[in-house]
Design a protein around this ligand. Structure first.
Ligand code: 8X3
Length: 252
């Protein structure tokens, strides 16, 4: 394949989908990964007509499914230049004494172990080719902890540490390792966190202008198009109204 290949997890919605659009516009061939096949089929129609597009259906937390899907890539799709570890989510917002094991498992399995399973399959090729770019989508929750954030913040702090570890270990191979850490972005994130409670989810983004998925994809596009000697190692992107995870200015 002439074009550089970008492999994006969580591409069926939100930040991942916006990254697929922006990187396709930049001329990247796109491997879009997600759980929802209908959305991945539909995504192709939203990309520029000449986009080379391949999709893989798997849940990042299912190790076997991840490995089988990535092993199934045709040879011409194997030389992945850009890996965007975007799949992730929050389950619940509860005090530690009230949190459920199912929610904790979901966050650790998807945000931490899922990121590792995908990386495990893709990094060796980058090491062999001595090139590649990895972008882990972290969070402000990986930099600070907020009340009831406990395990979600723990999972994103793990992403922060794993990103730094990747950068150290992959340093001899010329592989760029980057973290982009969004604050409040208006996506399906809160609907998932609040398990479909629309009022609670919408309330998160009321009274201020949250980031849009495209705002983060814009930074991803900038990051992956820097010259070879430049790495955006660690970027925090906030809506202007948000000073920290614990301070958000809302208009009443
Ligand atoms: C998403 C941002 O503030 O909901 O990672 O934790 S926040």
């Amino acid at each position: 394949m002439e074009k550089k290949i970008a492999f994006i997890t969580g591409a069926s919605s939100g930040i991942g989908k916006a990254c697929a659009k922006y990187l396709a516009e930049e001329g990247f061939a796109i491997i879009a990964c997600g759980r929802r096949e209908d959305r991945l089929v539909e995504l192709k129609n939203q990309l520029p007509k000449d986009t080379d597009y391949h999709y893989l259906v798997f849940d990042v937390k299912e190790k076997k499914a991840v490995y089988e899907a990535i092993d199934s890539l045709p040879d011409k799709w194997k030389n992945i230049e850009v890996l965007i570890n975007n799949a992730g989510n929050a389950h619940g917002l509860d005090f530690i004494q009230d949190g459920s094991e199912e929610d904790w498992d979901a966050m650790m399995d998807i945000n931490v172990k899922g990121l590792l399973y995908v990386s495990k399959k893709i990094i060796p090729g980058m090491v062999e080719r001595k090139r590649g770019q990895i972008i882990n989508i972290g969070s402000t929750a990986g930099k600070e902890v907020y009340p009831k954030g406990n395990v979600y913040c723990g999972s994103k702090h793990a992403v922060d540490a794993i990103t730094k570890g990747m950068r150290l270990d992959l340093n001899p191979y010329g592989i760029k390792v980057m973290a982009i850490n969004p604050g409040l972005v208006d996506t399906e994130f809160s609907m998932v966190r609040f398990k479909g409670d629309k009022d609670k989810a919408e309330n998160v983004y009321k009274g201020f202008s949250p980031l849009k998925a495209e705002d983060i994809a814009d930074v991803v596009r900038f990051a992956v198009t820097r010259p070879p000697h430049v790495v955006l190692a660690d970027v925090i992107v906030l809506p202007t109204a948000q000073a920290s995870t614990n301070l958000l200015h809302k208009e009443e």
